[in-house]
Ligand binder design. Structure first.
Ligand code: UDP
Length: 411
């Protein structure tokens, strides 16, 4: 379901909405195509699901394409993802061939769509080589990298950068991720949709019914981490932190998440987490379907503290979602989490399971402080990480590139 821009007036004020219309006037009718590798699961799909309808409402002609891949392709792109975020990955010739082969077969279908577009946004490494498979490009091509690219493995960056450097511009979530590339690089932080099913206000009965469904006791604290079962999200570290907590009444831990169609490692990590939890009745491991937005919303709202103990994180929309629900967030001291979590203000940054346990104990023993942090976190998100700010930055980026586009088409 898409929500009209006017509905956001109550959240961000009328001038912010008016400003978007003004900016978009100069882009009316322009053809914009976004390409990523999954329709559901993970932050990119979350963003594209509101970005496309709102761009269309603003008068642009926007669409969303997904590249289709087989298991070997997603094994390769997952290991590229891991290599990007610092794991020592050496891409074999076979892996590179599988990547190219899938992109070539997708290009047959995508080329006619991408050739005529005024702006093409290619998200992350999976579809990055589409640029050289579309030789007759008319518009501006922008590579949007959502992952922590600060210390990629040499082999992976060498491979991906041969495509990345062909773009007209790139976007990273924070300055520390920018690379040495021969084109303008923009820094745009992601954002959440405050009116989506994932983030809208819920009635107390809706929260209660989800709490009851999973057998959570409202009289004891609830700590929740929502994320794909991915090693960089450190679910095992969360279990370890929980096990070192000696506190009365004993809190409950919820580790909830599903898979993403472009993430083949989920099942393996889930099995490891189940093993580490060792049947502890206070550790609730929930494997959720891709459309469990209301459930996730209710779990976040039912929680006392939101955890996101990642060891690498491009941004961490789950952090934003938790802050928006006025919950303090305990986040791994890494990447985009550092843009959102500030010690004693919106939560705590942690490096170890012991550090996480220490901060959880502090928060549960300082309830008033916890509530104050929650209020601050919500306002911080309102000012910085809602979709209207994000959309404004996309529009200004396109306006900036548009003149160049005109010159290019006139030449
Ligand atoms: N999410 C979801 N279902 C899940 C796990 C995550 O809908 O099982 C959502 C989560 O609420 C958030 C996004 O997917 O909106 C994850 O984005 P984030 O930036 O935290 O991490 P990513 O998965 O992109 O690394």
């Amino acid at each position: 379901m898409s929500i009209s821009l006017a509905a956001y007036t109550d959240v961000v004020g009328a001038p912010a909405i008016e400003q978007l219309h003004q900016l978009a006037d100069d882009l009316a009718g322009m053809r914009v195509v976004h390409v990523n590798s999954t329709k559901s699961g993970g932050g990119v799909a979350e963003i594209l699901s509101w970005l496309i309808p709102l761009m269309n409402e603003l008068g642009l002609d926007a669409s969303w394409e997904v590249i289709e891949g087989n298991a070997p392709f997603f094994d390769v792109t997952k290991s590229m993802h891991n290599g990007f975020q610092g794991n020592p990955v050496d891409l074999s010739d076979e892996a590179k061939a599988a990547y190219i082969e899938t992109n070539v077969s997708n290009a047959e279908r995508l080329r006619p769509i991408l050739e005529g577009a005024d702006f093409v946004f290619i998200h992350d490494p999976q579809p990055a080589s589409q640029i050289e498979l579309t030789p007759h490009r008319r518009g501006k091509w922008i590579w949007r990298c959502h992952i922590d690219a600060s210390h990629p493995s040499r082999s992976v960056w060498k491979f991906v950068s041969q495509f990345a450097r062909q773009y007209d511009a790139s976007i990273f979530s924070m300055p520390q991720f920018a690379k040495s590339l021969p084109h303008p690089q923009f820094i745009i932080a992601p954002s959440i949709d405050p009116l989506s099913e994932k983030n809208r206000e819920l009635a107390p009965g809706e929260i209660k019914s989800v709490r009851d469904r999973f057998g959570l006791d409202p009289k004891r604290p609830i700590l929740t981490q929502i994320s794909r079962f991915d090693r960089f999200k450190d679910p095992l570290g969360v279990v370890r932190a929980f096990r070192t907590l000696q506190i009365d009444p004993r809190p409950q831990l919820v580790l909830a998440g599903g898979g993403a169609t472009d993430d083949p490692e989920g099942q393996m990590v889930l099995d490891e987490v189940r093993k580490a939890a060792d049947g502890d009745p206070d550790i609730h491991i929930l494997f959720l379907p891709g459309d469990a937005h209301t459930t996730i919303n209710a779990l976040q709202r039912a929680s006392d503290i939101i955890l996101q103990k990642s060891t690498r994180e491009g941004f961490g929309l789950t952090v934003t979602e938790g802050l928006w629900k006025a919950k303090p967030v305990l986040g791994g001291d890494t990447g985009g989490i550092r843009l959102q979590v500030f010690n004693y203000h919106t939560g705590f940054l942690v490096n170890t399971p012991e550090g996480a346990a220490h901060r959880i104990r502090y928060l549960l023993q300082h309830r008033e402080r916890m509530r104050a942090m929650g209020r601050k976190g919500r306002e911080f998100v309102r000012e910085n990480f809602l979709l209207t700010r994000h959309l404004r930055e996309y529009l200004t980026l396109m306006l900036g590139l548009k003149q160049e586009l005109r010159d290019h088409l006139a030449a």
